[in-house]
Design a protein around this ligand. Structure first.
Ligand SMILES: Cc1ncc(COP(=O)(O)O)c(C=O)c1O
Length: 467
């Protein structure tokens, strides 16, 4: 049946036209043709409204990105004014604009470690794809053409462009696309609750994973391994904070083998963990960093790579050999996106968003921890202003539901029915990552809705004989 033959939606309605014309990202097309889209046309503060006018708390900040919530007039104005002044100018071949210059300076100055330069992209995927190009070019330029392999972690999410999806370690983002490409390797997910051996402390677990990394680098040959990439807190793969001492131990291994550290701060950057960057939270000293999402509160697409001066100097000298630093996007340093990002950073400072996050994140985490005793909950994990529950049919043995039972997706649908947008993650995780502007009172409302959906999901799995 052709999509346009569907009759369950009124002819010419937005739903019918959506089905007819719009191929959605990360969406099952057949299910979509049957169920239609969930259409949201408006938002204000932490709330969004569907096409029937129903209100929802956007408990995921969209895709972990609308940090300042919806309807922020200052961001709309910044875009409008910049569009009138200069909607576009390229950044290639020495051209520039003062907004992009201001933003680059600001980002270098606010970076968690001393950084040298910023390279602008349009998204997190492009930032990570560019990281691969930087790392490869860097080693070509310094005469190490064999040093190219990049190590990521299973369950990592780094985006979906070809190289970024090779860095990624979640299966659902790779199936059918012939990735990972060669030279991309993956090590164990640093998930203490699920991956640690009996009796292993967090520190011992971290030591074992650092040893695994060391062994892999030695096995592959240190002269062939260029970089390691990590989200400080894994996001889409399960919202997994690292075990104690993990990054300290991992970084010691990387240093020993002259392997670069890439921190993917696309979700964690800009206060999500209770510090401006999660590199501060976990004492990570990256050579390269990717940022996006909350950089502009998602009001316009923009991402960036930050690199240390050590990397920049090699790229700079590499141009003697390769002609120039010969990569870039039409919209790198787009003045309107840059203006919105700058205004976002100004708002963060003027309103002391960091102080606000720190004042409410304890309540948020405490309220999530209240679900730890629930019979359906195996683990509650999180930091700052995001957290997840992992649902299990067997608390004691950390059992897994059959993925076909769609337990977490079912809970996500139930939170939505109660006016709360949450997100199902692999292994039946269910996450919340609200806008950073959320208040204590709103956290309370959010948790009431979450709690109702959890109880209903418990009733469902009992009735369906899944426990
Ligand atoms: C940690 C991380 N890196 C990269 C990306 C990719 O970013 P984008 O979707 O903007 O390409 C994401 C997206 O969720 C992410 O969570």
């Amino acid at each position: 049946m052709a999509p346009s033959d569907h009759t369950q939606f009124a002819p010419n309605s937005p739903a019918a036209r959506d089905i007819a014309y719009y191929l959605h990202p990360f969406t099952n097309p057949k299910v979509h043709e049957e169920n239609g889209p969930f259409i949201v046309n408006e938002g204000k503060g932490i709330y969004v409204y569907d096409d029937q006018g129903k209100e929802y708390i956007e408990g995921m900040s969209g895709l972990w990105c609308t940090s300042l919530g919806f309807g922020e007039e200052r961001l709309a104005k910044a875009a409008y004014e910049q569009m009138l002044r200069l909607p576009y100018i390229q950044g290639f071949t020495h051209r520039s604009n003062e907004v992009a210059i201001d933003l680059a300076e600001k980002l270098v100055k606010m970076a968690p470690v001393e950084m040298g330069k910023v390279f602008f992209t349009n998204s997190g995927s492009e930032a990570n794809d560019t990281q691969v190009k930087i790392v490869w070019y860097y080693n070509n330029a310094r005469g190490k053409p064999e040093k190219k392999k990049i190590i990521g972690r299973h369950k990592a999410y780094h985006g979906i462009t070809l190289a970024a999806s090779s860095l990624t370690g979640v299966e659902y983002a790779q199936k059918g696309f012939d990735v990972p490409l060669d030279r991309f390797l993956h090590v164990t997910t640093p998930h203490y609750w699920r991956e640690a051996e009996d009796g292993e402390s967090e520190e011992q677990f971290a030591a074992r994973l650092a040893q695994e990394l060391d062994d892999l680098i030695v096995k592959e040959g240190p002269d062939t391994v260029a970089a390691f990439i990590a989200e400080p807190v894994m996001g889409a793969g399960g919202l997994i904070p690292p075990p104690e001492t993990y990054f300290e131990k991992i970084q010691a291994v990387l240093k020993k083998h002259d392997v670069l550290m890439i921190a993917d701060e696309v979700i964690t950057g800009f206060m999500r963990t209770g510090n401006m960057f999660a590199c501060e939270t976990y004492n990570i000293q990256p050579d390269l960093m990717s940022i996006a999402k909350a950089l502009s509160s998602a009001y316009l697409p923009i991402g960036a790579v930050l690199m240390t001066d050590k990397i920049y100097q090699v790229l700079r000298d590499g141009s003697d050999r390769f002609g120039m630093w010969n990569t870039g996007y039409t919209y790198s340093g787009h003045p309107v996106s840059a203006a919105v990002a700058l205004e976002t950073l100004r708002i963060y400072e003027e309103r002391d968003t960091l102080g606000h996050v720190r004042s409410v994140m304890g309540t948020f985490q405490d309220q999530m921890q209240q679900f730890a005793d629930h019979p359906l909950v195996g683990e509650v994990r999180g930091i700052g202003l995001f957290a997840a529950l992992e649902l299990t049919p067997d608390k004691e043995n950390k059992g897994l539901f059959d993925p076909a039972a769609k337990v977490a997706p079912g809970m996500m649908a139930r939170t939505q029915a109660h006016g709360l947008i949450s997100r199902a993650l692999p292994s039946d995780g269910i996450a919340l990552c609200p806008p950073l502007i959320i208040t204590e009172e709103q956290i309370g409302v959010c948790m009431e809705r979450f709690s109702k959906a959890l109880d209903e999901t418990w009733a469902h799995v009992q009735k369906a004989g899944l426990v």
